[in-house]
Design a protein around this ligand. Structure first.
Ligand code: FES
Length: 318
């Protein structure tokens, strides 16, 4: 569908809040808290959509509001939006999609956000507040200037909001282990932010019942999954097509296959959406995704981020 940019405002020096409306002035399709839009940005010469969470109150039907952080390692999307997008422009977008939904049957909700991961958390807090369901928000950021929407949180949820500023040292920030040691009765936890925060929450809550911990990696975490300078080249053999390639140290399997003309469906390229899931016939995998379960990792991998373990050749079902 088409969405017109109604306004753009600075939420911080690096984050812009963008209000989108229907170009004809009609009501927009409804969305639920935690939902996102997949927006096409053809101007950057890339045919892949970018996902942006909706942060406004899900009761609103006259607009969607997203926030975009300018990323140092941007694949072009956030940089283009910051430099070129203006009020009146029309974007092509999916309807709202939700992989990070609230469990509205929950009796208590802990909402944990890191950095730009705060956007879906704001919509969730607004929904829970409207439902009069108990919740508390923990928002982790380096300093107040880098934390978006703090004034909104403080005015809308004064008793249900705690800001954790660590000055760049996570050891001085939110004590995840202490916060999540005990599960409140009927409690659910939602975490959206960088991979390190999500890992800490998942590890601490490993004894919580299945389905009570919900997480979404924010889209700016490219540095967590990009090739590392300790990476080495490795070989892949494609069983069905009978082809063999070497994956250089600074490229992913996906990069190599796309360059060789393979058509592979991708979305996030960060190991979080699951779209590029591929069956591994043999070989040891260095899994770097945030989507596969331990059981799935025995036979599958996300080829946008994961690599071969040192000295291994991967045989893939492609
Ligand atoms: S493209 Fe999303 S996990 Fe690979």
């Amino acid at each position: 569908m088409h969405l017109k940019v109604a306004s753009i405002a600075d939420a911080t020096a690096r984050i812009k809040a963008i209000e989108l409306v229907d170009p004809t002035g009609s009501a927009l399709p409804a969305f639920t808290a935690g939902a996102h839009l997949d927006i096409d940005l053809p101007a950057i010469g890339d045919d892949e959509a970018r996902s942006y969470s909706l942060l406004n109150d899900p009761r609103e039907t006259h607009r969607y509001v997203i926030a975009v952080q300018r990323e140092e390692n941007s694949r072009g999307g956030s940089e283009w939006i910051h430099a070129h997008l203006k009020a009146g422009d029309v974007l092509e977008s999916s309807e709202p999609l939700n992989n990070f939904a609230l469990n509205e049957a929950g009796e208590h909700h802990l909402l944990i956000a890191g950095g730009i991961g705060v956007t879906p958390i704001l919509a969730m807090a607004r929904r829970l507040s409207a439902m009069q369901t108990p919740f508390h928000i923990h928002y982790c950021a380096r300093n107040r200037d880098m934390a978006a929407f703090v004034d909104l949180f403080e005015s809308e949820f004064p008793d249900r909001f705690t800001l954790h500023l660590d000055g760049g040292d996570p050891a001085r920030g939110l004590n995840v282990a202490q916060l999540l040691q005990e599960r409140p009765s009927g409690g659910h936890t939602y975490v959206c932010g960088p991979a390190g925060l999500i890992r800490a929450v998942r590890e601490t809550t490993s004894h919580w019942p299945k389905g009570s911990v919900h997480y979404e990696l924010f889209r700016g975490a490219e540095d967590e999954t990009a090739p590392r300078n300790t990476d080495a080249p490795f070989d892949i053999f494609l069983q069905r097509s009978g082809k063999q390639f070497t994956v250089p140290a600074d490229k992913s399997i996906l990069d190599v296959l796309k360059a060789e003309g393979f058509r592979i469906k991708t979305l996030c390229r960060e190991g979080v959406c699951g779209t590029c899931r591929t069956v591994v016939v043999s070989g040891g995998v260095d899994h770097r995704d945030d989507v596969l379960t331990d059981e799935e990792r025995e036979t599958e991998m996300q080829i946008c981020v994961s690599r071969a373990l040192p000295g291994q050749t991967l045989v893939l079902d492609l």
